[in-house]
Design a protein. Structure first.
Length: 318
């Protein structure tokens, strides 16, 4: 009887092991199922699913809607990545840590911010710093490859393009005043109550006489300044940026409150438009040239990617 029981147990274990092996095999088949062939490389179904989940998580964190055709968006992205990686290997293009760090430093300088603030802004956009770093590295690789291609030099703007942009957009500089009342995050009820009375006094006085901004700000705010004429650009303080979208006529006041959106300045801000005037083209020529260059570069990169796809063998598996 003991021998019979032993045989039964052995058969049961063998059956269980066989079932596990079948399940593992089936799982492996599902995980490694080829979805797309890109030249001599493959993209698996699992890669597509993982990337879809990453994108959905990013958009959820940023409280934004994902692309309407997510599957197509992801497959295009993965195919483009494969093509660029293949070409980089063929051309011997390698981008190291130092190059990526230098590009990120330039981005921080252009936005007049520090790394920690930048990372916090990425989190609010639903993007991890690691993901941004990798995106930056890929962009540098792509640009290096593009500039090896014929016609890459044609994206440099000429005088006609700069002047056309100037005529169409009529850049203006604004004579601005600004005042500020801090409302620290986590302040006590008594402090917040006192701050609200201070802010109310400013709002009431400005509503009665906006042209008295300087006197009202000097008497009631913690910080105020007459900035003179300011030109929109990456080097101006973030609390001045709303002026360029919200202020349209002389004597207008725009006030707003922030919590974490402008690091170091939580609380009440008020902006006053004293005057505005068109900027001479020579003063903004370099800025316009940079802007037009970036637009032309982005368009050229899109066309270049399409040409890579046309010259590749891309097969979507059934």
């Amino acid at each position: 009887m003991n021998g019979g029981r032993m045989r039964h147990v052995r058969y049961t274990l063998l059956a269980v092991m066989a079932g596990i092996l079948v399940a593992v095999h089936l799982q492996a088949v599902i995980v490694e199922k080829i979805a797309i062939k890109v030249n001599d490389e493959i993209i698996t179904q699992a890669e597509i699913i993982v990337r879809e989940q990453e994108i959905l998580a990013e958009f959820a964190r940023a409280q934004k809607q994902p692309p309407p055709n997510l599957r197509q968006f992801v497959t295009d992205q993965l195919v483009n990545d494969r093509l660029i990686t293949q070409l980089a290997k063929k051309e011997g293009v390698i981008v190291g840590h130092a190059e990526v760090e230098e590009r990120i430093k330039r981005i921080l300088k252009g936005q007049s911010t520090d790394l920690e603030t930048f990372k916090a802004n990425l989190v609010r956009e639903g993007i991890s710093y690691d993901a941004f770093y990798e995106q930056t590295r890929k962009k540098i690789v792509m640009q290096k490859l593009f500039f090896k291609s014929p016609g890459a030099s044609a994206i440099t703007p000429d005088d006609r393009e700069i002047e056309d942009f100037y005529k169409k957009n009529a850049p203006q500089e604004m004579h601005l005043m600004h005042c500020y009342v801090s409302v620290p995050v986590g302040a006590s009820f008594a402090v917040r109550n006192a701050k609200e009375r201070q802010i109310k006094a400013i709002e009431t006085a400005l509503a009665a006489n906006p042209w008295g901004f300087a006197a009202v700000a000097a008497a009631n705010s913690e910080m105020w300044r007459d900035w003179g004429y300011v030109l929109l650009g990456p080097d101006i303080p973030k609390y001045l940026l709303p002026a360029f979208s919200k202020l349209t006529y002389k004597g207008q006041v725009f006030s707003f409150r922030v919590v974490n959106e402008i690091p170091g300045f939580p609380g009440f801000h008020a902006l006053f438009l004293v005057d505005k005037r068109q900027v001479a083209i020579d003063k903004v020529r370099d800025r316009i040239s940079s802007y037009v260059y970036e637009e032309k570069l982005n368009d050229a990169l899109e066309a270049w990617i399409l040409s890579l796809r046309k010259g590749a063998t891309i097969i979507t598996m059934p």
